[in-house]
Design a protein. Structure first.
Length: 297
């Protein structure tokens, strides 16, 4: 493909260079917050396994399928993102089906030249921003300084978390991260340590930050988790080389719910009632979540 050739879609613009695809995401308020937060990504051709074109709901979509182990963001997301938040997909206008197929063919021609296009990547090939950053969760905050992750717990965090003197976790102590997409009262970011994988539930795990009630949004928490994972692998390249990176421990789209005490469940129901009173939740949404929580008593 010619240098600088552009493909403009409704959610992004892809610029094709000789060795990579530069993705610039649309910044309008109607677009997913994750893509607006990412702003830009560079996907090298040697990180791509194949491309596919599909019709969608009248809007053709061109999707990049990356090699396993090539992209920390894709690895952390583990299939939990909705289609409109998929960072490796561009949506075109209804009359551009042939254009989507054309570009898919050309990308696949590039992939055919790479004998390792379906193989596990030897390291992360897609770069993510690893600059220091902070993430605010429901029961605390996490900060990442490039060499460690440190937690500061909010007053409503569990007693187990408050009693633990361990707040700072060096990257060399870890083999990976686990990210469960935030929901109204669910989701978490978890550091996975070396050694014994037996873990306390996220609510009592000193290496886990809970999401929910608007805290830990996908746009904020997924790039944070990807940055930490990339730094762990960079600090310990043998994890990828030896195949020691942990497999996701839960099915995408079906995250485990953190255990909650009776007091936490009742407090959550009261908070849901306030959200309903403020008009944030509908009566149907409030009743559904209330029943779900009462079933856990």
């Amino acid at each position: 493909m010619g240098l600088g050739l552009e493909l403009a879609g409704t959610n992004a613009t892809w610029v094709f260079e000789h060795d990579r695809i530069e993705i610039n995401y649309s910044s309008g308020l109607g677009h997913p917050r994750l893509l607006r937060k990412l702003k830009h990504r560079t996907i090298p051709y040697h990180a791509i396994s194949r491309a596919t074109a599909a019709g969608g709901d009248g809007h053709p979509q061109l999707t990049l399928h990356l090699r396993p182990g090539a992209d920390p963001l894709t690895e952390v997301a583990a299939g939990q993102l909705a289609d409109d938040s998929e960072p490796n997909q561009i949506e075109l206008e209804p009359n551009q089906q042939e254009l989507a197929a054309y570009y898919a063919d050309h990308i696949n021609d590039h992939c055919d030249l790479n004998p390792d296009s379906d193989a596990l990547a030897p390291r992360f090939l897609v770069e993510v921003d690893q600059s220091p950053r902070r993430l605010k969760g429901y029961d605390g905050e996490a900060s990442f300084d490039g060499s460690a992750v440190e937690f500061q717990w909010h007053p409503d965090a569990s007693r187990v978390k408050h009693r633990s003197p361990k707040r700072r976790h060096e990257l060399t102590e870890l083999v990976g991260v686990e990210w469960v997409k935030p929901g109204l009262t669910s989701g978490h970011f978890l550091l996975v340590p070396h050694g014994d994988r037996a873990e306390a539930p996220p609510a009592d795990n000193i290496r886990a930050l809970l999401f929910g009630f608007g805290f830990g949004t996908t746009a904020n928490s997924l790039p944070f988790a990807a940055a930490v994972l990339a730094a762990i692998r960079q600090a310990q390249p043998e994890l990828t080389a030896l195949g020691a990176a942990p497999e996701p421990r839960m099915l995408p789209g079906a995250p485990q719910r953190p255990e909650m005490s009776r007091e936490e469940i009742l407090a959550t129901i009261r908070e849901l009632g306030q959200l309903h009173a403020d008009g944030i939740l509908t009566q149907q949404e409030f009743e559904a979540k209330k029943r779900e929580l009462l079933d856990r008593l």
